[in-house]
Ligand binder design. Sequence first.
Ligand code: ADP
Length: 469
Amino acid sequence: MKSLRARLLISFTALLAAALTVFGVIVWLVAREAMSRDMDDVLRGKALLLGRLAPPLPLPARRLLIEPWMEQELQLQEHQVAVQMFTADGNLGGKSSNLRIDMPLTETARHSYHPAGGVELETLAVGGREWRVATHPRRERWGEPVVFYAQAVMPLDALDARGYRLLVWLVGGGAVMLCAVAATAWFLSRQWLRSISSLEEAARGLSTSELGIRRLFVPSDDAELAALASSFNHLLDRLETAHTTQQRFTADASHELRTPLTVLRGEIEVALRKPRTTEEYREVLVSNKEEIERLSRLTENMLALAHVDVGDAITQRELVNVSEVCSTVINRLQNLAAERQMIIQHEDTTTEPLSVNGDRVALERVIFNLVENAVRYSPTGENVTVRVSKTTPWIEIQIIDTGGGIAPEHLPHLFERFYRVDKARSRTHGGSGLGLSIVKALVEAHGGSVSVSSEVGHGSTFTVRLPAA
Ligand code: ADP
């Protein structure tokens, strides 16, 4: 696995190499062009100068000598230029001492028309080499016949040698530059990535016990790292919440389990202290059964919550008619209501079938818990209404009771696990404080929401909203 740093460096260096290559090719092409233009300028200059140095009389070929002082004046050595002269008839006269071959006077050069004494430039292949040749027809005056031809020549490979030197410089310089930049980038990237490493170290150093206390340092001078550190801290926050919730749940669950077990043990121990009548044993057993039923309900509720937590509370989805679900639940609770001299009313605000896409068993559990609470926590003789209505796109189920209501300070915690308003009283009612948290979890698993409004002395209304099918 390649590190981020190595990947950055490789891509950066490859890009730089490509850029340098393109740049180098352009420089080389432009330089070549300039060099060959330079060469032509030098040749033109030498041919013209030679024309001026030689005596301007129509002389025979043997008198057209290039004397050493002329060579000096022309500075031939310096530019690798050689010169020679031809008579007006095209016969070779003298040539400079550095010219070993016979360079011909081409017909083109000879008949080129330069009335004021210009220069004809050509490229010729002579003696296995290519030459650049500048020929200047020397005239006495403008438009007069040619007196002689002054010629300056230079091998083209002189240009190649210069081009090659430039190429070496370009390639060498480019390579050195690339290495230098890569090394600097490697060094700098360590500085830049140091913050990431320190972040990683800090994260690794965090132990579970420090979840609630320590957070990563958010650097102020680095936007990306600051974003990374703060989203990591957000994650820690959520983790901490989940961790504490889980810890609290375990603690509450053990506490809830311990209470009925202690009661059971106490009753049995007392019963066993001395021999009892059948009637006394029977009483103990009946009481034990109640505690065991409470334990069963508790474990059943905990299991239900565990299912919701792992996300398999909804086993199957089907079209469920909400009014039907409410009727079933009300029927099941008729006995309890009768015991408490209460009537559960069912109101449908519309005649159209109100259906949701969900799990029938889960939805029955939701409505059951809410209606059962309304019946249990209201004084005898009060009334409970279950109202089903549609407020697009939701189907709303309201469980309204005229009971004692719930004080405002409890409302925000009502849906928390194991939360009970009146701990002592709830126990006699058999509640463990899990009913509403199961309602909330199941409703949310259906994509809905549940809320409560309550007024002490006037009653409570629980509203469940489910997305209409
Ligand atoms: P439990 O299993 O104790 O009933 P719930 O989660 O169902 O737990 O309810 C939490 C608490 O909310 C109950 O202990 C009760 O005090 C209060 N409560 C719930 N519904 C009502 C209601 N309709 N009227 C008054 N109090 C209620």
